[in-house]
Design a protein around this ligand. Structure first.
Ligand SMILES: [Zn+2]
Length: 484
């Protein structure tokens, strides 16, 4: 029986094949899933055999993958094609890996059409097919197309078929032909030569780094100690904690930290853009890769899973979204104890490993931690007690301080008090901006070298360079301060 098994010919007529006694038709295409923040190629095999009409999907599919058969059936029929009334088996290989999501829809529908001789297979060989089908045959976007397209290129594939909404995202990967498929009907008509359906997409232009739109230090008057701490932290990618009474500008200063950091290098930009693509948060593909360093400021009610990543199918958390950038925790003691303690591993290892019954997922998490907190629960401990006295008891003070554990405090290199600033009007704002430009350039260069070399064997050597640069920056910080 196996001897009769053969691949469906490209221009096969189903009735002719049946008359010849060939009831076994087979087709193999390629699709992909996302594991962590990396793509993984999946073989979609479709076998059509004579028998009672039924469809079996094997290869550890989750419910969304099983339902793709119903979407594919409706889409094929609404595209004017015939859904075979035979015994259909769809295998997703490797079979020992759990498959989730709706990215297989288009490949399964194309596989059924190819195996039943309604669509030629030759052009689909060596191509990656990604997309979710709606019942009328339209192809909808799926998250993680950038990671899947990059994996396809690494796997030696020449072409990728993607939904129109994801086409420019896939186009960010050079060296692979991107074709957008708007609907199954158009795709089939294009293949029969009556209409050009799958439109090639030009590789998106990866332009110069965009100017950072985040606020900078030019509009900050005074705050000498805070500014100097920001410069030193930015130069060495040091973790930073600002302590001070409410309203002294801790949050305002931290939000200006990204303006001191260098833009992402090409490799880093691809890495960060992949993370946002996988998370479904990347909308600006036409503008190219993400170039500004991420700045994430989650609310203190965030759960441990939200911060670290998690879920039945692990998704990146805030520490991964802040990869190569800044994670800002305002009101640090208000965060949950377990959430704060869970930061210890990524702060040390620069990645997060999440174990689930389905397997272990590893997410990158090389971020700079910036935090702000009050000195006590009422906020006025250590300040001018005649103006605003602290009302906390000794026990309350101890409990408040204990919310940040010793091991976490050990990982924060710079812990700086931000005192209440005297009220002043006017200032020399532009002078600050000019001198920040001179010192800032050196800081950006040093920080960029450190960001790239973190976790590498060259860390020690670059650490020395950065150490020297930091001293230079400190000297410049002094000069910088004098201009204020
Ligand atoms: Zn107090």
């Amino acid at each position: 029986m196996d001897a009769e098994r053969r691949e469906a010919p490209c221009s096969g007529d189903e009735d002719t094949l049946r008359r010849e006694g060939v009831f076994f038709m087979y087709c193999k295409l390629l699709s992909a899933i996302v594991l962590g923040v990396e793509g993984k190629l999946i073989e979609v095999e479709v076998d059509i055999a004579a028998g009672l009409p039924q469809v079996n999907v094997v290869g550890l599919p989750d419910p969304a993958v099983r339902e793709s058969i119903d979407r594919a059936r409706a889409a094929i029929q609404n595209a004017g094609m015939k859904f075979p009334l035979d015994r259909i088996t769809v295998n997703l290989a490797p079979a020992d890996m759990r498959k989730q999501g709706s990215a297989f829809d288009l490949a399964i529908a194309a596989g059924i059409l190819c195996a039943s001789g309604q669509m030629p297979q030759d052009e689909l060989e060596g191509a990656l097919i990604i997309g979710e089908l709606s019942l009328n045959g339209d192809v909808k976007a799926v998250p993680g197309v950038l990671a899947m397209a990059e994996n396809a290129r690494s796997g030696g594939l020449r072409r990728v078929y993607v939904p129109p909404a994801s086409a420019h995202e896939a186009g960010l990967i050079e060296g692979i032909e991107v074709k957008s498929v708007a609907s199954l009907a158009d795709w089939i008509r294009g293949r029969s030569g009556t209409n050009a359906s799958s439109q090639p997409v030009e590789t998106a232009q990866i332009g110069e780094p965009a100017l950072d739109a985040s606020p900078d230090l030019s509009d900050v008057s005074g705050q000498l100690q805070g500014k100097r701490a920001l410069l030193i932290a930015a130069a060495g990618m040091h973790n930073l904690l600002f302590l001070g009474p409410p309203g002294t500008g801790k949050t305002m200063l931290c939000r200006r930290l990204p303006s001191l950091l260098p833009p992402l290098a090409d490799e880093e930009a691809l890495e960060v853009t992949k993370i946002y693509s996988v998370s479904g948060k990347f909308q600006g593909a036409r503008a190219g890769l993400i170039r500004a360093r991420p700045f994430r400021a989650p609310h203190h009610t965030i759960s441990t899973s939200g911060l670290i990543g998690g879920g039945p199918v692990p998704k990146p958390g805030e520490v991964t979204l802040a990869h190569r950038g800044v994670l800002f925790l305002d009101e640090l003691p208000e965060f949950g104890r377990s959430a704060l303690e869970s930061l210890r591993q990524p702060l040390e290892d620069r990645h997060v490993t999440i174990g689930r019954a389905r397997g272990v997922t590893r997410f990158p998490a090389s971020f700079m931690l910036a935090a702000a907190m009050n000195p006590c629960a009422c906020g006025y401990w250590g300040g001018d007690q005649t103006e605003q006295p602290c009302t906390c008891s000794a026990g309350s003070l101890a409990r408040y301080r204990a919310r940040m554990s010793g091991p976490l405090a050990d990982r924060i290199d710079l812990q700086v008090e931000i005192p209440r600033q005297p009220v002043s009007f006017g200032g020399r704002r532009n002078v600050v901006r000019r001198s920040e430009g001179k010192a800032g350039r050196r800081i950006r260069t040093a920080a960029a070298a450190l960001c790239r070399s973190r976790n590498s064997v060259e860390q020690r050597a670059v650490g020395t360079i950065v150490g020297r640069s930091r001293k230079a920056c400190e000297r410049r910080g002094g000069a910088f301060d004098r201009h204020v």
